[in-house]
Design a protein around this ligand. Sequence first.
Ligand SMILES: Cc1cc2nc3c(=O)[nH]c(=O)nc-3n(C[C@H](O)[C@H](O)[C@H](O)COP(=O)(O)OP(=O)(O)OC[C@H]3O[C@@H](n4cnc5c(N)ncnc54)[C@H](O)[C@@H]3O)c2cc1C
Length: 384
Amino acid sequence: MTTELLPDALLDRIRDRAARYDRENAFFTEDLAELVEAGYLTAMVPTELGGAGLSLEEMTRQQMRLAGAAPATALAVNMHHVWVAVARTVRARGDHSCDFILEEAAAGELFAFGVSEAGNDLVLFGSASDAVPDGEGGYSFHGTKIFTSFSPAWTRLGTFGTDRTGAEDRNVWGFVTRDGGGVEVREDWDAMGMRASQSCTTVLSGAHAPADRVVRRIAPGPTTDPFIFGIFAAFEILLASVYTGIAARAVDVAVETVHRRRSMAAGGAPYAHDPDIRYRLADAAIALDGLYPQIAQIARDVDEQVDRGPLWLPQLSAVKTRATETAKDVVEQAVRVSGGSSYFSRSELSRLYRDVLAGIFHPSDDESVHRAWATVLLGPVPPA
Ligand SMILES: Cc1cc2nc3c(=O)[nH]c(=O)nc-3n(C[C@H](O)[C@H](O)[C@H](O)COP(=O)(O)OP(=O)(O)OC[C@H]3O[C@@H](n4cnc5c(N)ncnc54)[C@H](O)[C@@H]3O)c2cc1C
């Protein structure tokens, strides 16, 4: 396992800062500086382009480690890693349209993920934003993207909108620069958890992607395009890793707590000796234990270009849903065994409890993954 990118001492410093960022609703500026210095933002850039060349599978373990120290920091840099992973995925399949992402990441650019829109549950398959052609192969984007993590720091935004100017609509995916004009970052992030992610609203009013930064023009709706597959795969797998890392940390904190917490009824014995507490914590750990092999296997299959056929997308969304839902349950069990002290704002568990809840909002949500699996199992419901 490659751990030198995130040595324990670095993780300790990051963990120490997490509570303050959360309390002050502040961006993780110092974490980012240290992570950049450590080469973490180029972890998945191929070695021939100047990165550490980690596979997606290796990256999942790193993101679990980082999330265990600082969930919001891990979630925000996850968006950068998603784009690097997408570029690697399409490059590995002989498509070099996204190589610039790898080169720019190697040069220190920071990528954010500007996809979500208010009330848009088509997610990757349709956009309320407009992509207006410039006549030279480039596009200007107009629309409002919500929850853009990494807002204070990103220098490149991967985004998409729909070109409605032609005979047929086209979803246009492109990359705009922060300083290229037409970008307003609203400082409106004040959420119950993941506070350091600073996932602010981004208003695009003509942000321009030149032709060589437009990576796809595709028909709206479900698609097997490798670029969209790359987003889906990287997003679901790395997100699952973040929330798994949170759950693992919650178990560690709970273990420490039940060794300290003592029972008067049991003559001052630590709660770690209480059969009910032992059962509950073991139950959480067993659930958590099931996540690791699934994440590792599906990440390896992306790395090795295994063909899972029509099960790919349902299985990717299932990994994310299982990880985020399990993580939420594990953190709750950790809170229960740790007792009332975990209810105080100063408790790390109370922060993990708030942070882990964010997992249920990311796509694919619980309902859509069940719809997808029902379709695999039962076929589509015919129109009434
Ligand atoms: C911590 C965190 C970080 C995230 N980071 C990113 C990121 O980096 N990039 C990214 O693309 N996405 C990101 N997301 C977004 C996420 O993936 C979901 O898209 C988002 O949570 C919206 O989910 P929803 O469909 O349940 O919300 P919605 O129901 O769409 O609600 C989201 C917002 O839109 C408003 N809204 C809903 N419907 C309408 C309507 N018809 N008209 C006007 N307003 C409406 C709601 O009031 C609310 O403020 C992040 C989410 C979280 C929680």
